[in-house]
Ligand binder design. Structure first.
Ligand code: N01
Length: 854
């Protein structure tokens, strides 16, 4: 007799529920696993349509937690078909005696949290009520077929099939007139099988889809060899990779090679027959529309090669959505189907279905009779299975109500108001954008480790904190914002279900990054969670380290290059290194005009570069001081950012050089910066700008100089400044703030590099002077309005913020931007890191505001 009070109730006996059951048993937790079907397998139990196969190669789509399985189970093909995957699930269930822990043909109808008892109360379709301390939804992301939303579906008297609920017995379409509605993965896989049998097949397509041949056959030799040589290393690589499948990271932009070369690189990827390979051919397919279009063109050319009738080929060619923003498909002879004489393609955007009738389908003035209709119309993805159960958390709030405007989770695993409730591969986790096996295992292990840690520390309940959930929502949005996903109507965006909120449901920051964040949350003592039990109450608001995904990707790439530390170089070597790096960056936008010249510095002529907007002048002038720790750089070293600010703000930027340390130590740079400002102010009209509309700006050490000259201008009665824009400025060299410890290593500008800069520039005594440390000024009153930008992961963050606070306290108008998830150098990386774009847009609007009404 199964127990009605257990530690954990798990819903679903797919690969997630099975592994969780195993781990719970191994660790002495009592459990009940409830499954609606009559066998294990989850998605592979339900999706039995002909041709159903896994799109991820079997070398990668298999459990790793039981190493014996690698010997005991041999896959027959590269992409296993549904019956084989189901047999694998059954094999594992038998081997580990999992069947004995699962209740089949039981649906959970209701689950409610009892806050007094600190337990879940779970009501099932059999009338049983089970209580449990913890409740886990392992219900899969694509398990609730969506309503086809076509009128008259209930009228049809012929045979009706839904790909996601296919009958267990074989379906024979021989001699039948068949309609297939939908052209997603399920339709694309099943179509060749249906076409081979049917007398007549009509395919109703709403949106054409990208698909490539699966090139099925034996397992990929290279992957097999790597697995055999070092299974652990291969698995670790998968776990830390962006998608859960080991793959080389692309470093080349699709726009940096000729079209011929791009097509030849794509052809190589195509030949591999691996789902993720095409998108991984170039570094910018997911984030740059023009780069993505190269891939789209290639994919469309392939359709035209196969499909003989050009009009049909064009109808089958996706237009209007970026490659990868709707799930790309893998097929076996899908496009070939449309060369068969008994197959017809109907584009329902041009010929809409008006109704299903008793005998067939009415569309665009035609009435066609069918013996069978196959609905391959997809799923209420990601959240459908979760909110289908009436789940009530604290204070009587249901999850359905809470998620009305979109799912809110912390780490895609938990949600505020629902203690001891977990989702496996839930919304806000990589899930459907990853190799599900890798993601499932990671979630199961996270839940297991959380339960073990709670038991060890005597906690009964775990619930995410609202701040953590909000941070996660913002981070997920940051990640989505740099991609092309939001422009496409896809089930990833909830767009296939009328009324569903439109957000990117899965987390797109990558499998490896996600794993690191989840692990950090546990290892640092339940970061972001409120824990209670045994009279103890712990709140650990964190936050976990959430970087902008592109910034982190850049750091990963830099780590792989194993670059020598700057502080181990001489200034000359460091300058050479910086110049070489600059040749590899994107140039930045075009501006109206660029003019180079010289001005008289404090000890001789120095160079400047003017960036003039294309619009009619005279323009406001921004005197700009470059970054580089007073040791590196020049008037051209921040070229892309100067172009970007000029173009966005419609102001003239004059980037001025200054003498560098150690050859010219403090206060040489200040003296030159000051001379530059005076010279620009005195020559504003000749330079084509407005003499009464001048501001200063600078990045890093240049931000330090800009802040210093703004004070000097105030103290010397001019030039009058309209504003100061300080990007991650140095403001206080006399002591180091907490951000030096927090962010002192691993974020390009390290504590050691900063010390190296200071040592070259100024003595310990000099650092205490106001012209080196503007924060130390006796008064900051009467300075021009300021915009101060600080990066979250910058050692200089706190001193930038301290300067902003001090200015504000002195009555200066200050706008502060905290660049979430950014490091010291990332905001300036124009056209390389898309996440910096919105920060620079704010900087530009800040610049424009300096001059409003002036
Ligand atoms: O569902 P889909 P699916 N009238 O939503 C169309 C995974 N999977 O079951 O795009 C007419 O992709 C709809 O049109 P549109 C995989 O992640 C994996 O095929 O909304 N048409 C679309 O063409 C996959 O992405 C594997 O304009 C209507 C189709 O129906 C996910 O499951 C195999 C319509 C639905 O396509 C879902 O795939 C299979 C209407 N009223 C599935 N409503 C493997 O790993 C919808 N459509 C192998």
């Amino acid at each position: 007799m199964a127990k009605s009070n257990v530690d954990v109730v798990v819903v679903g006996a797919g690969f997630a529920g099975m592994y969780l059951l195993h781990e719970l048993r191994q660790n002495g937790f009592s459990s009940r696993v409830l499954e609606a079907g009559d066998d294990v397998g989850g998605t592979w139990y339900w999706n039995r349509y002909p041709g159903a196969r896994c799109d991820i190669a079997t070398t990668d789509y298999q459990y790793t937690w039981d190493p014996e399985l690698f010997e005991e189970w041999q896959w027959s093909e590269k992409h296993a078909a549904q019956p084989e995957i189901l047999r694998y699930a059954q094999f594992v269930a038998k081997k580990h005696d999992l069947y004995s822990g699962i209740d089949f043909e039981v649906r959970v109808e209701k689950a409610a949290w009892d806050d007094a008892a600190k337990k879940w109360s779970i009501h099932t379709s059999t009338g049983e009520t089970i209580t449990s301390r913890h409740y886990v939804m392992a219900t899969g992301c694509l398990s609730v077929p969506k309503d086809p939303d076509i009128s008259g579906t209930d009228r049809f008297t012929g045979d009706v099939y839904v790909t996601g609920r296919w009958p267990h017995e074989e379906v024979d379409f021989t001699g039948k007139r068949v309609a297939v509605i939908g052209t997603g993965s399920s339709a694309i896989q099943s179509m060749p099988h249906i076409a081979a049998q049917a007398k007549e097949l009509v395919v109703f397509q709403r949106t054409a889809n990208f698909s490539m041949p699966a090139q099925n056959g034996p397992q990929p030799a290279d992957r097999r060899a790597r697995l055999k040589a070092d299974r652990i290393a291969y698995q670790s690589e998968a776990r830390m990779s962006p998608t859960g499948v080991p793959m080389e990271m692309a470093t080349v932009s699709a726009l940096s090679v000729s079209r011929e070369e791009a097509f030849s690189m794509l052809e190589k990827s195509w030949q591999k027959g691996e789902l993720l390979q095409i998108g991984a051919t170039f570094s910018d397919v997911g984030i740059n529309r023009a780069a993505n279009e190269v891939v789209c063109d290639f994919m469309r050319s392939k359709i035209h090669e196969v499909v003989k009738d050009p009009e049909t080929a064009e109808t089958l060619s996706p237009r209007g959505h970026a490659y990868g923003t709707k799930r790309p498909c893998m097929d076996t002879n899908y496009f070939e189907v449309f060369n068969m004489p008994h197959v017809r393609l109907v584009d329902i955007r041009k010929k809409p279905i008006t109704s299903i009738t008793e005998t067939g389908i009415d569309f665009a003035g035609e009435s066609q009779e069918f013996d069978a209709i196959v609905y391959a119309t997809g799923f209420d993805a990601m959240t459908g299975a979760i909110v289908n159960v009436d789940i009530t958390g604290k204070n009587g709030i249901t999850l359905k109500k809470k998620w009305e405007s979109g799912p809110l989770t912390y780490l895609g695993l938990t949600t505020v108001g629902f203690p001891n409730f977990y989702m496996i591969t839930g919304p806000g986790s990589p899930s459907v954008l990853s190799n599900m096996m890798v993601s499932i295992e990671q979630h199961v292990e996270w839940i297991r480790d959380a339960l073990l840690d709670m038991r060890a520390k005597g906690f009964d309940t775990i619930e995410p904190m609202p701040e953590a959930e909000e941070d996660w929502r913002v981070h997920c949005t940051d990640c989505a914002d740099i991609t092309l996903f939001q422009d496409t109507n896809s089930w990833y965006m909830g767009a296939n279900v009328p009324g569903k909120p439109r957000v990117l449901f899965p987390y797109i920051g990558g499998v490896g990054r996600y794993r690191r964040i989840c692990t950090e949350a546990l290892q640092r003592g339940f970061v972001g969670f409120e824990m209670q039990g045994n009279g103890k109450h712990q709140m650990n608001p964190g936050p976990v380290r959430l970087m902008q995904p592109d910034v982190e990707m850049m750091l990963d790439a830099m780590a792989m290059l194993e670059l020598p530390p700057i502080e181990a170089m001489s200034p000359a070597e460091a300058r050479g290194f910086m110049d070489a790096s600059a040749t590899m960056r994107a140039p930045g936008p075009d501006v109206g005009e660029i003019v180079d010249g010289t001005f008289p510095g404090a000890a001789g002529d120095l160079e400047y570069r003017i960036y003039r907007p294309a619009s009619q002048g005279p323009h406001p002038i921004v005197v700009y001081y470059h970054g580089g720790g007073w040791v590196l750089g020049s008037h051209t070293s921040d070229d892309p950012m100067c172009r970007d600010l000029c173009e966005r703000a419609d102001v003239m930027i004059i980037s001025v050089n200054y003498r560098h340390a150690p050859e010219a130590r403090f206060p040489a740079a200040v003296d030159d910066a000051w001379e530059a400002l005076k010279w620009v102010a005195g020559n504003a009209r000749q330079l084509g700008g407005s003499a009464d509309r001048i501001a200063v700006a600078g990045w890093s050490a240049g931000g330090n100089l800009a802040a210093v000259v703004a004070q000097m201008a105030r103290d010397n009665g001019g030039p009058a400044l309209c504003g100061q824009l300080l990007l991650t400025p140095v403001t206080d060299g006399s002591r180091q703030s907490a951000s030096y410890d927090e962010n002192g290593e691993g974020y390009v500008l390290t504590k050691n590099v900063m010390e190296w800069f200071w040592n070259h520039y100024a003595s310990t005594e000099d650092r205490k002077q106001v012209k080196a440390s503007p924060l130390l000024a006796k008064s900051l009153a009467n300075l021009p309005p300021a915009m101060i930008v600080t990066g979250q992961f910058d050692p200089l963050r706190d001193e930038g913020n301290a300067y902003a606070r001090a200015l504000s306290e002195a009555g200066v108008q200050v706008k502060r931007i905290q660049a979430r998830g950014h490091i010291h150098t990332s905001i300036t990386m124009v056209d390389m890191l898309p996440s910096g774009k919105s920060v620079r847009a704010k900087m530009a609007s800040g610049l424009r505001e300096f001059f409003v009404g002036k």
